[in-house]
Design a protein around this ligand. Structure first.
Ligand SMILES: [Zn+2]
Length: 583
């Protein structure tokens, strides 16, 4: 009932706004109409942005791709030049700042804060001069399917709004785990957009979970230890420090994302390791600065929207002040990348480096739960403390690989080819039969998740052995991909099987893990008895048997071991990773 009333009020407001051309302040948002209790639905949000487009010559709303919900994605451009042509914007040299809202539609603060922010800056008298070097791109709602799945209650920890969308998209995928594997149509549309526009700065808006503390705003950056120099220090020293200072100046002090679940922040916490499945890890592959807002879920909705608005203003002010420095830092990072030979593709928290973080917290206490009979953690918000807590801000290298000169990627695994194309990787189909010398990995060990995670039985702890091979590559069966291109880091992290979010780990090459041909023991046994006349093979069999007692009385296992030494075994395919390296 309340919603119907709001819609009725909205349409009246839009009509009056249209007759009062240029008066942006009349474009009230669903958040304002509902007295800060409601967030805009997908139709309301798109309708509002379309109305803003009508009222302001600096605004253009475009559709940019499909979603799993069968509805389009939208992007709003705000440009003082009143020009929204791709080539013109690229050639203008302006800093491109992309804001992505509603990736988790149950966390809608940015959906509403972005509307308020756009209207506010466009209403400024000095808008043209202030924002002359910045183009702002805003995705009103990214997870369209989740946004349509409106409900009152799926965010158990969260204090408002009265209704909101659901975390999973139309296929129940978490879109902030989908940037590398790109299962969703949403992600594939996004990657295409990102490749085309190559934004310098990316901001994604969320609401947090976890511990209780007084801060409204927490934030995440593309992990500086993972980011290419000198973009890493530029982000951690210049951008981050400016944001902290500006937020404090607005009376909205913020703190790094409180990566604490099931316990308290009293004894400290570690920074978040953002592999490429996450947005800030994905943007790092492109030497683009990634930031996330994570407002505190127990703060009232209105307070969280205001805090997100404060962050948008702080980042906008920072980017205006920084001018061309953002692009310069990116260009320097791309130069560094072009010469980088060794790549860390997996990281871990470095607990030998402990920083101290000034932190305000609430006193924690434990009481016996009437439900479980066990001690349960609670917070007493009337008792606030302030102290320095340990903060494990740094990562250390876990897996380092060298970049080859080229990768050879099989055309038959078209899902991988499609993802490389979406990421604007330059590649060339080898059009004639060619004898090539390359390195191939044999997968010697890996683990798989025992239950599905984001629609995959995801692999980890991959071990490989590399060997040299020289053989003919059939015409049109392989793409030749030079690593001497801007997507150098993306290629290494996605194509090296040990990368935590590599295409291998996300199951795109599982076909090679299955042996296709076998043997009948009664047929192969006579041949096997001939094979063990070779003392080396006999010795190898004895070692195999002695390694595992279950093999001793297992004739099939012994024959299978010998089969793998025979000419029948598909040793050039089974467990051989089909992406090759030309060193
Ligand atoms: Zn979220």
């Amino acid at each position: 009932m309340i919603r119907l009333l709001n819609l009725a009020v909205l349409s009246v407001v839009f009509l009056s706004a249209c007759s009062d051309v240029g008066n942006l302040k009349d474009l009230v948002t669903p958040f304002e109409i509902s007295d800060s209790l409601e967030t805009a639905t997908y139709p309301e949000a798109i309708s509002w942005w379309r109305s803003l487009e009508k009222e302001s010559p600096y605004v253009c709303v475009k559709e940019f791709g499909e979603t799993d919900a069968g509805l389009p994605l939208h992007i709003v451009f705000i440009n003082t030049s009143r020009n929204f042509n791709h080539e013109s914007i690229k050639n203008s040299g302006k800093t491109l700042w992309l804001v992505n809202n509603g990736i988790h539609p149950g966390e809608p603060d940015g959906i509403d804060a972005s509307m308020l922010y756009a209207r506010e800056i466009l209403s400024r008298e000095n808008f043209e001069s202030e924002f002359n070097d910045l183009v702002i791109m805003i995705i009103p709602i990214y997870n369209v399917g989740g946004s349509l799945n409106r409900n009152c209650c799926s965010r158990a920890n969260q204090n408002g709004p009265e209704s909101y969308g659901f975390r999973g998209n139309a296929r129940n995928l978490d879109l902030n785990r989908d940037f590398s594997k790109a299962d969703s149509e949403n992600a594939r549309s996004f990657i295409k957009l990102f490749s085309k526009w190559n934004p310098d700065v990316y901001l994604e808006t969320h609401v947090s979970n976890g511990a209780d503390y007084p801060y409204t705003m927490t934030y995440l950056l593309s992990h500086p230890d993972k980011l290419t120099p000198p973009l890493n220090t530029y982000l951690s020293e210049t951008i981050s420090e400016s944001l902290k200072s500006k937020m404090k100046g607005k009376g909205d002090e913020m703190i790094p994302y409180v990566n604490v679940f099931g316990t308290t922040p009293d004894s400290g916490f570690a920074s978040f390791y953002d592999t490429p499945r996450y947005s800030t890890g994905f943007t790092a592959l492109h030497n683009s600065i990634g930031l996330l807002t994570e407002t505190h879920m127990l703060k009232p909705f209105k307070q969280r929207v205001v805090s997100t608005l404060n962050f948008l203003n702080s980042l906008g002010e920072t980017l205006v002040e920084e001018g061309s420095h953002v692009k310069e830092a990116r260009a320097a990072a791309n130069m560094y990348l072009s010469k980088q030979q060794e790549f860390t593709i997996d990281w871990e928290i470095d607990d030998s480096q402990v920083d101290l973080l000034d932190f305000k917290g609430y006193e924690a206490f434990y009481d016996t739960s009437e439900v479980t009979g066990e001690l349960q953690l609670y917070y007493d918000r009337s008792k606030q403390w302030e102290k320095q807590i340990p903060y494990l801000a740094h990562l250390k290298a876990k897996t380092i690989v060298s970049a080859p000169s080229y990768y050879l990627v099989p055309s038959s695994w078209d899902q991988v080819v499609q993802r490389l194309e979406l990421n604007a990787v330059e590649m060339k189909l080898i059009g004639q039969d060619t004898i090539i010398e390359f390195s191939a990995y044999q997968i010697t060990d890996f683990e798989s998740s025992s239950s599905p995670y984001e629609s995959h039985y995801y692999h980890s702890n991959v071990e490989v052995e590399k060997s040299s091979v020289k053989r003919e590559i059939r015409a049109n069966s392989y793409y030749l991909i030079s690593t001497n291109q801007l997507k150098r880091r993306l290629l290494v992290e996605m194509l090296e099987p040990k990368g935590p979010d590599s295409y291998f780990n996300w199951n795109f090459y599982d076909e090679i893990l299955q042996q296709k041909e076998w043997f009948s023991s009664y047929v192969f046994d006579p041949e096997a008895s001939e094979m063990i006349k070779d003392p080396e093979i006999l010795k190898a069999l004895e070692v195999f048997v002695s390694k595992d007692s279950t093999n001793r009385n297992n004739s099939r296992a012994k024959l299978a071991f010998l089969y793998k030494q025979s000419s029948h075994y598909e040793g050039d395919r089974h467990m051989i990773y089909p992406v090759y390296r030309i060193e």
